[in-house]
Design a protein around this ligand. Structure first.
Ligand code: BTN
Length: 319
């Protein structure tokens, strides 16, 4: 009920919506409408009420509850189930658990804080309270397990498009899963899988986005940034999530129908890794050379000084 009311007010942002129109839309009495409006006010919304005109929204709090994420979300299934917690160890952990318990494809897990946020390569992910987006999506695609890493690249494109739609900010992709803004890390993506050798049970895609952070711990100060730092204004996290989910669902459908090729082209349009001299540090070796492209599987191709082409499956990249 609250999501529906919010959605209606957000859809008419800047304009009044009459109490009668709301009560017809929600199928409840005018008194019930008034009670829901009061609840929204208590939750931090500033709502103007005018006699004979109705209600209009003046200010939305920067909160990430299920209602805020669902209001005005234009997807068919992604984000229809939202599992929200104020504080968790890691949204990945929760997504793995509820997926095993039967959570449907498209369920998202969101938290206001992670106290043990997981980064790639066993690193920690800085996830302070009330500032960023810490979200995991549960997908159950019918694709061979070896294609699952392509979903990381798809996610990067969806995040770039979603961030652009919500804020106007244009970011770049650094292979395979970093999103940079002005050369600093804005987003990290972690893809994990529950699978048998020939069958995927679920793919859990975790996305960490620095949104309203103004300060970072000493060790990442020089390399991390946030949307607020770059835009110099507070950004509404629920809006960013909605635009990302909408772009993700569209790309995911395309991927399931037509495969990775169309996604690869979009990814290349945003990638700053390809066509440059790079250093790739894998867990076993360090390679230096020219990044000549990615394969249809999303594997990075590096040509060294002898002309030999190396396939890089996982590495840290430096320019
Ligand atoms: C990276 O190291 O670049 C990947 C970072 C991924 C962080 C996100 S935040 C939401 C989800 N939950 C986690 O514990 N990690 C991912």
């Amino acid at each position: 009920m609250r999501s529906k009311l919010l959605q209606m007010l957000i859809d008419h942002q800047g304009h009044f919506v009459s109490g009668e129109a709301i009560s017809n839309h929600l199928g409840c009495s005018r008194t019930a409408v008034w009670k829901h409006i009061e609840e929204l006010r208590k939750a931090g919304y500033k709502l103007e009420a005018a006699p004979r005109k109705g209600y209009r929204i003046i200010h939305q709090p920067n909160v990430l509850t299920e209602s805020e994420i669902k209001a005005g979300l234009a997807t068919r299934y992604l984000g229809m189930n939202v599992h929200y917690d104020k504080s968790v160890n890691s949204t990945q952990e929760i997504a793995h658990r509820i997926s095993r318990e039967g959570a449907p494809e498209g369920t998202i897990v969101v938290a206001d804080e992670q106290v043990a946020g997981k980064g790639r390569l066993g690193r920690e992910w800085f996830s302070p309270i009330g500032t960023g987006i810490w979200m995991s999506m549960i997908l159950k695609p019918k694709i061979p397990p070896q294609q699952a890493p392509q979903l990381t690249l798809l996610t990067a494109v969806a995040v770039i498009r979603g961030v652009k739609a919500a804020t106007g900010i244009q970011c770049d992709i650094k292979w395979p899963n970093d999103i940079l803004l002005n050369g600093k890390k804005l987003v990290g993506i972690l893809t994990e899988m529950q699978a048998d050798p020939d069958q995927i049970h679920s793919v859990i895609i975790g996305t960490g986005i620095n949104v309203n952070e103004t300060d970072f711990p000493e060790e990442i100060k020089e390399i991390a940034t946030s949307l607020k730092i770059e835009k110099e204004e507070e950004i509404n996290r629920a809006t960013v999530i909605k635009r990302i989910l909408e772009h993700f669902e569209e790309l995911y459908e395309l991927f399931l129908e037509e495969g990775f090729l169309p996604i690869k082209k979009m990814w290349e349009d945003h990638a700053i890794t390809v066509g440059r001299e790079i250093t790739a540090r894998t867990t076993t070796k360090t390679l230096h050379g020219f990044a000549c492209g990615i394969t249809d599987d999303g594997v990075l191709l590096l040509k060294d000084e002898t002309g030999e082409i190396h396939k890089i499956y996982s590495a840290d990249i430096e320019f």
